[in-house]
Unconditional design. Structure first.
Lengths: 143, 143
DNA sequence: GCTCGACCTGAAGTTAACTTCAAGTTCTGT
DNA sequence: ACAGAACTTGAAGTTAACTTCAGGTCGAGC
């Protein structure tokens, strides 16, 4: 059994069969069909599914994952180096996510003391402080 | 003009009128009605909206925000201390968010070298390593 | 050869947080 | 008093990533 049925792929990846069909519809994975029209997946599909799930945990949308997968070599099974190249690009995204949450946390700390949440003066509520010059009241929250 | 129309509240909060009506429908804010059935908001609503938006940036759903707002004192305008009490509870959540992304990033670093994304052995793909004892192949990704 | 679990398809449903729309009402400025 | 901007409502639409459903087909084991 060098190929997997959709049930087997589901069992081994922990991804539901409906999700796998959905991924296929979106071009994230592909399958061969038996004479009886059932799907059969190459074992390499398992790693592909792993990539998709991990990319989602990093915060990519399925569309972004599809774009990334499209850069994989056509016609041959991707190597470890191929997967490593793709995964490397996630690092800055994660760093940025951390940075933004830390910034929010630090601002929150600064605001805890005052309990303000004032639209005009609070950097937590109004990070860019734009519109602050429009006089009292005319202030806009971060979009 | 001690009260605000929905347009004024929208302008000053940066939240669209349709979103404000939606918030009201969900019980996040409330309004008085004029004889002509138009909404009028107390100025304190501005801070309430600020709270909602900031809570959303922290990662709360509107339902969670509603729960939090429900703990505010009834019958009087909340004080700064009231708002501070609510905001304080966000800190652990942010810390946890940061921790989880850092963990993912560190695992990613560990996996970059090998380019594996192997379902059985890679901690990035399979953080809990559960089902690893089920023999080769029978492994499930993190739900 | 028969059964019954696994598989197939396309369409419709789900959730969150809104937005858009249509058709009508109110308010403000001149 | 009248134009036109701002407001009202309920219903339907939007996006992502799926899930559920109905009604049928396939295939592995006895």
């Amino acid at each position: 059994m060098s190929e997997l049925t959709i049930g087997e792929l589901s069992e081994r990846s922990g991804v539901s069969t409906s999700a796998l069909r959905f991924y296929e519809e979106r071009g994230l994975i592909e399958s061969r069909r038996t004479t009886g029209n059932q799907r059969r997946y190459a074992k390499a599909t398992l790693r592909r599914v792993a990539f998709v799930r991990t990319a989602q945990r990093v915060g990519l949308s399925l569309e972004e994952v599809a774009d990334a997968l499209a850069t994989l070599p056509l016609g041959r099974t991707p190597t470890k180096a191929d997967w490593a190249r793709l995964s490397r690009s996630w690092r800055p995204r994660l760093d940025e996510q951390i940075r933004r949450i830390e910034l929010l946390r630090d601002r929150l700390d600064g605001c805890i003391g005052c309990g303000c949440l004032s639209l005009r003066t609070c950097t937590l509520v109004n990070p860019g402080d734009y519109l602050a010059e429009d006089g009292p009241g005319a202030v806009r929250l971060q979009p």
